[in-house]
Design a protein around this ligand. Structure first.
Ligand code: KG4
Ligand code: ZN
Length: 345
């Protein structure tokens, strides 16, 4: 079965084709970084318009790359939320209309489900059950994952997401958009240990996170009289250390609390090299394993949506006939149910 996947929840237009026997056979992406850079962040209206502009061409390119025609598709999967309402509506209307015209199912997919299943696309994928650490620009969550659509929330951020903290701190340090990768790059040239930054909720006894105080601590340093912009790399290194230490400690705690031995890391912050190296070391020391998506699949992409759609389709989920084009800009992942139980025939 071949599933076309469409991602348009934020500032990337992604279109991919996943074949349940051949695997990922097309993966096309257009990033809007240049479009939003001048504004220092994503402008929702510009994002929606650009998705409209790019989507038809990317779909044609994906089909050409896959060497398949519209008639050979078995389903169209699309990101239905969470994300920017206008941006989601572009992908949802396109996908629902295409599926209707082809008389095949349209599958609304949760963006974070796409992220957390994406490590299963790797050459040595983990098996269910596992703990997922979801670290994106909008979410920071630990989930116990027992199957497709079976996600139990273990803990989450009470304020900023980890990626959001990276982005906001990058702004404080005068870096451009997108801030996370730039801050991480700057941190690599810095030396940590000079600035005593807090480790928020490290000893809270639960699996929740908080990052907004850390950002404020950075603000206090850069607005102090002795601050020198030449110290930015060292401060970036200290900030990254603090975030990585907390993420790592809570992920390890989630594994021991649930007695699970596999950790899956997904979402844009999962591309962070220091986070990966620290998790690799700590997890290996305990005889557990940690799995990441391929680097290109860490940030938003159509492949993870096509793949999540394919898994749901194989599990029996069918939604035929035009669904009301409805998106959910806010959508708790724990609300999802396994495909068998949600099947509509
Ligand atoms: O998953 P994603 O592409 O989009 C959302 O669903 O939010 O994640 C984007 C987030 C941004 O906040 C970005 O700054 C952050 O991931 N990010 C990073 C790195 N690469 C992306 N944060 C830290 N280190 C990185 N290397
Ligand atoms: Zn994402």
């Amino acid at each position: 079965m071949k599933v076309l996947g469409i991602e348009s929840s934020c500032d990337e237009t992604g279109v991919a084709v996943y074949d349940t026997t051949a695997g990922l056979i097309a993966d096309q992406l257009h990033s809007q970084i240049d479009l939003h850079a001048a504004y220092g962040g994503v402008v929702p209206e510009l994002a929606s318009r650009d998705h409209i502009r790019r989507l038809p061409m990317l779909v044609r390119q994906a089909l050409a790359e896959a060497g398949c025609s519209f008639a050979e598709l078995d389903a169209v999967a699309y990101t239905a939320g969470p994300g920017l309402a206008g941006a989601l509506l572009v992908g949802a209307s396109f996908a629902e209309s295409l599926a209707l015209s082809l008389a095949i199912p349209a599958l609304p997919i949760h963006h974070l489900e796409g992220h957390l299943l994406s490590p299963l696309l790797a050459t040595e994928p983990p098996m269910f059950p596992f703990v997922a650490l979801l670290v994106s620009g909008g979410h920071t969550q630990l989930m116990a994952v027992t199957g497709v659509g079976q996600y139990a929330l273990l803990g989450e951020t009470v304020d900023d997401a980890a990626g959001e903290a990276f982005d906001k701190t990058a702004k404080l340090l005068g870096l451009g958009y997108p801030g996370g990768p730039q801050l991480a790059r700057l941190a690599e040239s810095g030396k940590s240990g000079r600035f005593k930054l807090p480790r928020p909720m490290l000893r809270s006894g639960d699996l929740d996170f908080s990052f907004s105080g850390l950002k404020t601590a950075v603000l206090n340093v850069v607005s102090s009289p002795g601050w020198l912009p030449t110290d930015a790399a060292d401060l970036a290194a200290d900030f990254q250390d603090a975030v990585v230490e907390v993420l790592c400690a809570k992920a390890l705690r989630a594994l021991s609390d649930t007695r699970l031995t596999q950790l899956v890391v997904a979402g844009g912050v999962g591309a962070n090299r220091q986070l990966r190296s620290r998790l690799d070391t700590e997890v290996a020391r305990r005889g557990w394993s940690v799995h990441y998506p391929e680097p290109a699949l860490c940030t938003d992409n159509g492949a993870m949506i096509a793949f999540a759609g394919a898994l749901r389709l194989m599990a029996g989920e069918r939604q035929t006939g035009m669904q009301a084009v409805r998106v959910r800009p806010r959508w708790p992942l724990a609300d999802l149910v396994a495909p068998e139980r949600s099947a509509v025939t």
